[in-house]
Design a protein around this ligand. Structure first.
Ligand code: DHB
Ligand code: MG
Length: 219
């Protein structure tokens, strides 16, 4: 077999078909997002399932998501926290939040999800802490702000997942002028150096190309 982006994507679809399968509520969320003209940058199906599994394995009951987009990952997380659990998800764009609200409600988990509209830097200071898991998937330029709030709003043992750490390998470029690459590198350096975190990162290939995520625990 070739190792090419097309082969990675084909294999990812194969894995998604086997292990995620048909899911009308999630597919509806993606259709609504597409129809509303939102960018198709939600997590891949296998990654959404991974978020769901990490949340369940860690026993997370209070989840914070930074970057709702159309609610696709929010639904995966909301399913994981159970009937008594809660997801607070922060979205800067009111139009995105409206799309997400409808899809989350249609997926039957609306009562577990609190969407806060506003920029993270404004909304996060208003939240009550105690989150067991934080998923950071917003503007990459603010990664260090979000990691700082994840630590403040978490507790020892809180799981942090930071999306999009691979960026097609551009993360090795210390001279990059791409603000998303700079923000990603700053977040990774913080995870490595800040004593509040213990972290690793995994590169991924698949339907979203070459990317990855960091996984950390608040120590
Ligand atoms: C981008 C953001 C994402 O959250 C993602 O998963 C992929 C790409 C971006 O802004 O480039
Ligand atoms: Mg992302």
């Amino acid at each position: 077999m070739d190792s090419t982006p097309a082969a990675w994507s084909d294999a990812d679809v194969y894995l998604s078909d086997l292990l995620v399968g048909d899911d009308p509520d999630l597919e509806g969320a993606l259709a609504a997002q597409r129809d509303a003209g939102l960018p198709a940058i939600e997590v891949a199906p296998v990654s959404g399932k991974l978020l769901n599994l990490i949340a369940r394995i860690s026993g997370a009951r209070r989840v914070l998501e930074i970057g709702t987009l159309g609610g696709y990952s929010t639904i995966w997380l909301a399913r994981a926290v159970g009937r008594e659990g809660r997801v607070v998800t922060v979205e800067a764009e009111a139009d995105n939040a409206a799309v997400a609200r409808a899809s989350i409600d249609a997926a039957g988990v609306g009562d577990r999800v609190d969407i806060r509209i506003g920029r993270g830097a404004d909304v996060l200071p208003t939240l009550v802490g105690g989150f067991d898991l934080v998923f950071i998937d917003a503007d990459k330029e603010s990664n260090t702000i979000y990691l700082d709030w994840a630590a403040k709003l978490g507790h020892p043992g809180t799981v942090i997942i930071l999306d999009n750490i691979g960026r097609e390998g551009e993360i090795v470029r210390d001279d990059s002028t791409d603000s998303k690459v700079v923000g990603t590198r700053d977040g990774l350096r913080m995870l490595g150096e800040d004593p509040r975190f213990d972290a690793t990162a995994l590169q991924t290939v698949g339907v979203k190309g070459w990317d990855g995520f960091a996984l950390a625990v608040v120590v």
